[in-house]
Design a protein around this ligand. Structure first.
Ligand code: ZN
Length: 406
């Protein structure tokens, strides 16, 4: 199983300059490759797909990443105008060509309907002004962790890392990231032993109903309160955004204000991530199975609830629950978002009509149990989750908890 470990990195001013050069080389290779590939792809789609491969002229064939690498990295370096490509490790540059391949594939699969989810546009040219920059170093680039804890990145230097935990084994790659607010991170990909994290089984399971007034209501009647830090941070963010709007375009003060806004954004995201880690950790530790409603967050984004929805960041939380459950040998099941959890009796499963929001409690006509609107949903999700889990275990080809619906 592949895991990611991310840490803060502190670069010296010299290392920052060299890192910027590596990002720049990567961008040049990406843009050069896109300039060759994009017109041919467009011609292909105008001429009706693969038939264009047999057409005459400059649009004949689309070079593969290997050919592009030879042309745009190895050969290009010999010319004076691309000699600076020697400032970046070859592996990082080759990686960007593979990324471009993947970006085209994602776009084409999305167009043909093979890829679920939102539409993916064609890859775009990258700009010097892009806020987030990354460079991925593979083993062939010979990065390594030194005995003094620094990370040796070829062409950049020995970078100080703030290690917050140990890597379980040798990483297969590391990505250097410069985020919108100018902070540096390193993200390691590590092949982890899945057995090491398994927990002894427990005899409990839990239904999780994600909501707006409360972050989540659980099947045992308890709830997780919404974190208030987001609201507080939001006010600060709004103030800084107003400050930014007043600054003159292209001025140094505007750039300073932009960084302040980006830092506030980053602080909110960090705090939210910690909150999600904490609760997904607890839920998967204390329960053998966790069930959660899949939410149509994108769909809800168009309503006026959008802000609260994105604040709560449910998608991230559900993702954490899923991977933590997998690592720890717990079960996780999603209950379809079309499942009317608030209309079904958690005690007997009787399906009742829709109830207006002001109805907080009612008595089930089937079994006579008094139901509370808020708490019923968590219990119902648990009931439905158990059914989904049992069905996926007995079905000949289970869709699996990770499978995307629709
Ligand atoms: Zn009932």
């Amino acid at each position: 199983m592949q895991l990611r470990y991310q840490f803060r990195a502190r670069l010296t001013p010299g290392q920052c300059i060299r890192a910027a050069r590596v990002f720049g080389c990567k961008r040049v290779v990406w843009n050069d490759a896109l300039a060759i590939v994009a017109p041919r792809k467009q011609a292909n789609s105008l001429l009706g797909g693969p038939r264009a491969r047999f057409a005459e002229g400059p649009y004949w064939g689309i070079p593969k990443a290997v050919e592009l690498g030879r042309l745009l990295i190895t050969e290009a370096k010999k010319a004076a105008r691309r000699a600076f490509l020697a400032d970046a490790p070859v592996g990082v540059l080759q990686q960007t060509l593979r990324d471009l391949d993947r970006a085209w594939k994602a776009h084409e699969d999305s167009k043909s309907g093979r890829r679920p989810g939102p539409r993916v546009g064609p890859p775009a040219f990258k700009s010097r002004k892009d806020m987030r920059q990354t460079a991925r170093f593979t083993v062939s680039d010979r990065f390594r962790v030194l005995d003094d804890g620094r990370l040796r990145l070829p062409k950049i230097g020995d970078v100080r890392i703030r290690w917050s935990r140990d890597l379980p084994s040798a990483p297969s790659s590391v990505t250097l990231i410069r985020d919108r607010s100018g902070r540096y991170w390193v993200s390691f990909v590590v092949e982890a032993d899945p057995v090491a994290d398994l927990l002894p089984p427990v005899d409990r399971d839990q239904g999780v109903d994600l909501g707006l007034t409360r972050f989540a209501v659980l099947a045992d009647g308890s709830h997780i309160a919404n974190p208030r830090f987001l609201r507080r941070a939001e006010k600060k963010l709004a103030r800084r955004q107003r400050e930014l709007a007043r600054k003159e375009k292209g001025s140094k003060n505007r750039e300073k204000a932009r960084i302040k806004v980006a830092r506030t954004h980053a602080a909110v995201a960090d705090a939210r991530r910690n909150f999600h880690h904490q609760w997904s950790h607890r839920l998967t530790r204390d329960n053998q199975a966790v069930y959660c409603e899949t939410l149509n967050v994108r769909g809800m984004g168009r309503t006026r609830l959008a802000k609260s929805v994105y604040d709560a960041g449910w998608a991230q939380f559900v993702g954490f629950l899923e991977y933590k459950a997998k690592r720890r040998g717990r079960s996780f099941a999603k209950v379809d978002s079309r499942f009317p959890s608030s209309r079904i009796c958690s005690s007997c499963g009787r399906r009742d009509g829709a109830k207006p929001l002001w109805v907080r409690t009612w008595t089930c006509p089937g079994c006579g149990v008094r139901l509370d609107r808020d708490w019923n949903a968590g219990k119902t999700i648990r009931r439905e989750g158990r059914r989904v889990l049992a069905a996926s275990k007995t079905a000949p080809s289970p869709p699996g908890p990770g499978a995307r619906r629709r």
